[in-house]
Design a protein around this ligand. Structure first.
Ligand code: GLY
Ligand code: MN
Ligand code: MN
Length: 433
């Protein structure tokens, strides 16, 4: 990420906070995998958004107008012994020199130093409920300040949810962020193409997953943005299927939902392909209903339209299609009103996309769906999942289809960031031939 982004973000936050305030944000704790083994650390997205500082055991503090510096990092001290085992540490010098902190202190001194920074402030921007241990520390510091208020110490009167302020900033992507998201989408699309070319009857689902991860890594992404979903046949009907441990069967479809994380930004693409390279007539019929729904939903992504319009467009096309092929019976409008489509389409058509795959930002404002504005990024991902065989002709049974793209709202409409991943039936068949 362009280094100028981080101070710009902190300045935005400080403009919202105003004087007499302080923001406190601990990084995500390290998670244990088993016994002496930890999961690879990935910074909390808000923490990274403001600091770019990648180490665990760190706390970011912002104090607008503080004469000795507005941006303070608490982090681990340099320690040659520990660095031999666990890797480099920036230390306090590095926090300032490399990551632009005005001031840095050892994380072990937090308890001594933070109360002094809280003292005298009116408002504390801190999100309770994310980290129980840190919450307890924060409550302790604030209670102590209150105890001493009779001796003239001033304790903060308000605690304001920091996440909510940051979520609103993160919802609107800057030029540098859009560049990173475009790259995440390109890399993800390339991996989907590789998966299409690799897929064959008799391969294991996890072999396809391995191709995808391999392609992410060789394009500078150390991790997927979320566990890849690689589901053959009826596994494609399980929305968050991640076992990925079955053999791919002839005449089944394969649903792949996989996205790379590039420089902390997520791609999130789903494609559905025929395991043997050729859609059956019934599969093609269902697939083209989902594809038409997805195109109609993308069409509805433009400034001025509200959040739910693309969902409404998808639901209409899906319901019409389900009536056409006899899976629903009745009038389209009343089927939509009664939500009869939910038997085959039980999720919503998208979500915000950014540093988190299900990114932050409100979907409604004052109970009304939010208007789309340039710089927002969302997914468009309708699907059909024919799982329950009751009342369903054999030709449609146990079929799961989803098509998902990443879409940037522009001044005039939208830009599909993941457009490199083919989604027309003949394109997919040609790639797999
Ligand atoms: N990959 C999770 C989702 O599509 O929402
Ligand atoms: Mn997805
Ligand atoms: Mn998604």
């Amino acid at each position: 990420m362009n280094k100028a982004e981080f101070p710009r973000r902190r300045r935005h936050l400080m403009d919202v906070m105003g004087a007499d305030s302080i923001a406190v944000l601990p990084n995500a704790p390290v998670a244990t995998r088993n016994r002496d083994v930890d999961f690879p650390h990935r910074s909390d997205s808000n923490f990274h958004y403001l600091s770019g500082f990648p180490e665990p055991e760190s706390v970011l503090v912002i104090v607008p107008g503080r004469p000795h510096g507005e941006y303070i990092l608490f982090c681990r001290e340099r320690n040659i012994e520990k660095e031999i085992w666990d890797g480099y540490r920036a230390g306090q010098q590095g926090a300032c020199d490399i990551y632009g902190a005005d001031d840095a202190y050892p994380i072990d001194d937090l308890d001594d130093i933070l109360p002094g920074l809280l003292e005298g402030k009116e408002r504390v921007y801190y999100t309770m409920g994310n980290q129980a241990v840190f919450d307890q520390q924060m409550i302790g510091w604030l209670n102590n300040l209150r105890k001493f208020s009779r001796q003239g110490m001033h304790s903060p009167n308000e605690i304001i949810e920091l996440d909510h302020v940051l979520n609103e900033l993160r919802l609107f992507k800057s030029g540098a962020e859009i560049k990173a998201m475009r790259r995440a989408a390109e890399i993800s699309a390339a991996a989907h193409i590789r998966a299409m070319q690799f897929t064959q009857v008799g391969k294991w689902e996890y072999e396809v997953e391995a191709e995808i991860i391999h392609d992410f890594m060789r394009h500078d992404c150390r991790s997927a943005a979320y566990p890849s979903i690689v589901g053959g046949g009826e596994n494609g009907c399980i929305l968050h299927y991640i076992e990925n441990n079955k053999k791919l069967k002839n005449n089944d479809l394969l649903l792949i939902d996989a996205g790379a994380e590039y420089d902390y930004y997520a791609g999130d693409i789903t494609r559905t392909l025929p395991v043997n390279g050729k859609f059956t007539a019934s599969q093609k019929t269902l697939y083209n209903i989902v594809l038409a729904a997805q195109k109609a939903a993308i069409e509805a992504v433009k400034p001025g339209n509200h959040w739910n319009q693309s969902h409404e467009a998808a639901v209409r096309v899906l319901t019409e299609g389900l009536v056409d092929i006899g899976l629903l019976k009745g009038k389209v409008n009343s089927l939509i009103k009664q939500e009869k489509y939910r038997k085959f389409y039980m999720h919503r058509t998208g979500h915000w996309l950014g540093m988190d795959v299900h990114d932050v930002g409100d979907y409604k404002i004052n109970d009304n769906w939010r208007q789309l504005e340039p710089g927002m990024v969302l997914t468009v991902e309708p699907g059909l999942y024919i799982r329950d065989p009751k009342g369903v002709a054999k030709q449609w049974q146990f079929t799961g289809i989803r098509i998902e793209d990443d879409v940037l709202v522009t001044q005039t409409g939208c830009d599909v960031l993941s457009k490199d991943a083919p989604k027309e039936v003949d394109e997919i068949e040609a790639l797999m031939a």
